[in-house]
Design a protein around this ligand. Structure first.
Ligand SMILES: NC(=O)c1ccc[n+]([C@@H]2O[C@H](COP(=O)([O-])OP(=O)(O)OC[C@H]3O[C@@H](n4cnc5c(N)ncnc54)[C@H](OP(=O)(O)O)[C@@H]3O)[C@@H](O)[C@H]2O)c1
Length: 274
């Protein structure tokens, strides 16, 4: 496993995404992943599966201190009382005293950063999380959040895959020394079958999904692919033994021009334009 370091956090460079994984499927996916060597699990209060994630961790037999666990607080719960309530529900669900990384899941434009980021930092000061960060923040939001935060924001979790241009927000995250955690790293199923990714994969004896993950790793991102299929779990970990050439990276980068955003909920902020 490789790691990305940011403001003292050492983040395993492949994580398991768990959105939509429910019930025993989720328990088994988390357990299998950890037993296979995954050390980074991504959940959220909103996913409604923190109980199962906690159960998977316990069933895996992997030591808690060896796991990097992230959860998130929704944009409806960013004021101090609600923030505390959401986080205590998360920890009760997980049956853990703390997580490794706590994120603001989405910004709420009606709540000032002094309040939301203040509540986030308070959670760290209360010992409920080792590190704090954000998700779905634009460059402008990052600059504003950094202007008021009392704790380093170690990551920005955003959509990154070959079909989207995120150059601006990647550069702003880097400027602040933040890791970029790449969600929907295989574009929710649109990567397998994509001609260029398949072709590059063939040359390396790898799948299109592995090429996408490798592309993100070589762009210093931390992909968190989601799957409950044991063969895919294994495949998605098996991306540290090959390297894409500069020419292959440049060809994949050209696909950014598609600028296809997979996640675009109604409350989305005005995104960075390339
Ligand atoms: N912060 C946010 O707002 C936010 C938003 C979206 C997502 N996320 C996080 O990011 C994670 C990943 O995003 P996502 O789950 O939406 O999309 P994703 O990981 O890009 O795609 C998941 C889909 O890809 C398939 N897949 C996985 N590995 C594969 C492989 N090796 N070969 C072929 N197909 C494969 C899965 O099917 P199988 O099950 O058949 O393998 C599943 O249908 C989420 O689970 C969540 O933790 C965060």
């Amino acid at each position: 496993m490789q790691f990305v370091e940011a403001h003292g956090a050492r983040i395993p460079q492949i994580g398991l995404g768990t959105m939509t994984l429910k019930g025993d499927v989720c328990v088994q996916a988390v357990k299998n992943a950890l037993q296979m060597g995954y050390r980074h699990i991504d959940t959220a209060w909103f996913y409604g599966n923190e109980k199962e994630v906690g159960e998977g961790i316990r069933q895996s037999g992997v030591k808690r201190e060896d796991i990097f666990l992230c959860t998130k607080v929704r944009e409806t719960h960013l004021e101090p009382d609600k923030f505390r309530q959401s986080l205590s529900e998360s920890l009760a669900n997980l049956q853990l005293p703390s997580v490794d990384l706590l994120l603001i899941h989405w910004n709420n434009k009606d709540i000032p950063f002094t309040t939301s980021v203040g509540a986030l930092c308070q959670a760290k000061n209360d010992g409920k999380t080792k590190y704090v960060g954000v998700a779905n923040f634009t460059s402008k939001m990052l600059d504003e959040a950094w202007a008021v935060t009392t704790e380093p924001l170690v990551c920005n979790q955003i959509e990154v895959h070959p079909f989207i241009n995120q150059d601006k927000v990647l550069a702003t995250s880097k400027k602040h020394g933040m890791a970029v955690v790449a969600y929907v790293p295989i574009a929710r199923g649109k990567v397998p079958g994509a001609e260029l990714l398949e072709k590059i994969g063939k040359a390396h004896g790898k799948s299109a999904a592995q090429v996408s993950l490798r592309y993100l790793i070589q762009r210093d991102c931390v992909p968190i692919p989601r799957t409950a299929t044991p063969a895919h779990l294994k495949e998605n970990m098996d991306v540290f033994d090959f390297k894409l050439s500069d020419a292959e990276m440049a060809d994949l980068k050209k696909l950014n021009a598609t600028n296809m955003r997979v996640v675009n909920p109604p409350h989305a902020p005005v995104w960075d334009t390339p």
